[in-house]
Design a protein around this ligand. Sequence first.
Ligand SMILES: C[S@@+](CC[C@H](N)C(=O)[O-])C[C@H]1O[C@@H](n2cnc3c(N)ncnc32)[C@H](O)[C@@H]1O
Length: 242
Amino acid sequence: MKEDVFAQIEKNIDQLVENSADWTASAAQRDLQDAREGKLRLMFFDREVPMEWLGDVKGKKVLCLAGAGGLQAPLLACAGADVTVVDLSGKMLEKDREIAKRENLQIELVKGNMCDLSMFDDGSFDLIINPPSFMYLPDPAAAYRESFRGLKKGGVFLMMAPNPVNYMCDYIGDETGGYYKAVHRMPYCSKEHDDSDWIEYGHTMETYLGGLLAVGFVIDGYMECQKEDITELYFMVRAVKG
Ligand SMILES: C[S@@+](CC[C@H](N)C(=O)[O-])C[C@H]1O[C@@H](n2cnc3c(N)ncnc32)[C@H](O)[C@@H]1O
C-alpha cells in the first residue's frame, strides 16, 4: 500500500518538473558564483537559511534529503561541501545532474526514499538539509530516525515543512471575493477529500516537533515564512544530534 503511495508521488513530482512548477527552478548562475566566492545563500522557499544555522560547509559531508531539483545541492557543492542528494524523483535528480556536469561539480545522486537511508553508514553526515517534503510522507517518523542515525554526533538537521494551517482550510468563493473556512481536522490526507492522483499529507506540529524530540534531536532554532497565499505558512527548524 505504502509502495503504491510512493510510486504515485514519484509520478506526480516528475509531472510537475515536466510542467515547470515554480519550486522546481534550479540555482541561478550568479548564486553559484557567489557560493564559490564564499557567499552561500541557501533558500527554502522564500526564506534564507541563516548562515549561523549552516556554519561553514567547506569540507563537510552534506546530505540533501528529498532535496533534488538543482537548487540547494549545486550551491552547497560550489561552497566546497561534499554533497549527496537522495530524492524519489528521477526528473528532479536530472536537474542536479545537468548542473553538476555543466559546472564541473562532484555531487552524488541517489534515487531513493528518505524513509530508508540504509545505503549510508551510521554517522555519515555532518549536515542534513531537508527542503519542504514531509507533506509527501504518511508519517515523518522513519525519515527522522534515519536522519538521526545518518548524522555524526553533533551533526545538524535543517528542515522546512508546512504548518497544519495549510491543510485546515478550504477556500470558499463568494460575491465578496471569497474567504477561507477551517474545515479539516489534522492529520490530513488529500486522498480522503478528492479523487485526483495528487497525494499530500498535513501533519500536526506535535508530529513534526515532538517527532524530532522523540528520536533524540535537540531543537535549537525555529523560523517561519508565509507565502503570498496567507494559509501557506511554513516553518523551518534547526535540530542537533547531541
Ligand atoms: C518541494 S520539493 C523540495 C526540493 C526543492 N529543491 C525545493 O527546495 O523546493 C520536494 C521534493 O521531495 C521529494 N520527495 C517526496 N517524497 C520523497 C520521499 N519519500 N523520498 C525522497 N524524496 C521525496 C520530491 O521528489 C521533491 O524533489
